[in-house]
Design a protein around this ligand. Structure first.
Ligand SMILES: Cc1ncc(C[n+]2csc(CCOP(=O)(O)OP(=O)(O)O)c2C)c(N)n1
Ligand SMILES: [Mg+2]
Length: 355
């Protein structure tokens, strides 16, 4: 039975505001799990903030900032088992850190270095998709294939609001619904696709409404509330594991940083709305919740932040210690039978690089 939360109903939330809106609790999450979740949020936040600095210092290339997306990433992954697979987009480039991937690997990816490539089977993490929505049919096909093989695996596909306008989303969601693939379609609705606002993206009242057309449940959560994200994903994972098929989750947030380091949002975005979002950003919200619950102290915050910073320092040092890649790699994997002009291009590239 399809259930969609109507547009006029509030988003699902667990974290209160420390005032009139009281804090909720999530079954099964004790102090240890809550702290583990906080650690994951801080790791992602630290990665993101340091990466913007590294970009400005010319140490990594163009970077897709995910500031304030951490709750959606950490919350959804926390609901998975290790054997479940993640299919990320560029906005989730550092999600592998939550699976024990070294920081240097992710940084190397952004440095365009081959040491940033990984074997997806090592972390049950597919490679990052930059073409919008292409990871969705990958995730659905993987999930269906796993089910056919009798494996107990769920796939989590992460994508943006803009991705829901792509053919690949439609194809993946249709297929997932019909085949009852054990997949979670997780949409981070940050209300922008570079400079295209949500209002120009769709006439649907909510993105979760789209789920009706695929015959799958659509749920809406506050994307800045890590506990609501976790709980909604856990339910979706349980449905998938029980053989009840996919769920579409729309996590609503608002992009509080530029699309990427190459973008200037000041010419199209509403600065007051950004300010509002930044004040209520997701890591601080969870931190205040944990303090109210008596789970987090100043010392613990310091320790967790220092640990994450140290990981970043070591990670960038390791990435920068990699010997430069052979420029021939740029050409090697593009053609089975390369046209002769490419050989000339490579000679020219080697001349310029002095390699
Ligand atoms: C197939 C395809 N078309 C266009 C682009 C160019 N492009 C890069 S990011 C982006 C916006 C995507 O927005 P959304 O899906 O909301 O994700 P967000 O960046 O907000 O996380 C576009 C159109 C692309 N990468 N792939
Ligand atoms: Mg978006």
């Amino acid at each position: 039975m399809t259930e969609v939360v109507p547009a006029d109903r509030g988003l699902r939330r667990v974290i209160g505001d420390g005032d009139a809106v009281v804090d909720g609790e999530v079954d099964g999450l004790g102090p240890d799990e809550l702290l583990a979740l906080y650690r994951n949020l801080v790791l992602l936040r630290t990665y993101d903030e340091r990466s913007v600095v590294y970009h400005r210092q010319g140490r990594i290339g163009t970077y897709a900032i995910f500031w304030n997306h951490e709750a959606m990433q950490a919350g959804s992954v926390f609901a998975l088992e290790e054997r479940d697979w993640i299919f990320p987009a560029y906005r989730e480039s550092a999600i592998g850190l939550l699976r024990g991937m070294p920081v240097s690997t992710v940084l190397s990816w952004w440095r365009g270095h081959p040491s940033g490539w990984w074997d997806p089977r090592e972390f049950n993490l597919a490679s990052i998709c930059v073409p919008i929505a292409t990871q969705i049919p990958h995730a659905v096909g993987f999930a269906w294939g796993s089910a056919l093989k009798g494996e107990d695996r769920v796939a989590l596909a992460l994508f943006g609001d803009g991705a829901t306008s792509e053919g690949a989303f439609h194809e993946g969601a249709t297929f997932a619904g019909v085949m009852k693939a054990p997949v979670v379609l997780f949409c981070n609705n940050n209300q922008w696709a570079i400079s295209t606002p949500l209002s120009a993206q769709t006439a649907a009242p909510t993105l979760a409404d789209k789920a009706i057309g695929y015959g799958i449940p659509g749920v809406r959560v506050d994307g800045g509330d890590v506990l609501a994200v976790y709980e909604a994903t856990r339910e979706a994972v349980e449905r998938a594991r029980a053989g009840d098929g996919p769920t579409f989750i729309e996590a609503v947030t608002y992009r509080a940083a530029p699309h990427a380091t190459a973008d200037d949002p000041s010419i199209y975005i509403d600065p007051e709305r950004v300010e509002e979002e930044r004040e209520n950003e997701c890591v601080g919200r969870f931190e205040r919740y944990l303090r109210r619950a008596g789970v987090l102290t100043d010392d613990k915050v310091e320790e967790i932040r220092a640990e994450a910073l140290e990981l970043m320092r070591a990670g960038i040092a390791e990435a920068e210690a990699e010997p430069p890649a052979d420029p021939g790699l740029v050409f090697e994997h593009a053609y089975a039978n390369p046209p002769p002009s490419l050989a000339e291009d490579l000679v020219e590239l080697r001349r310029i690089l002095g390699s």
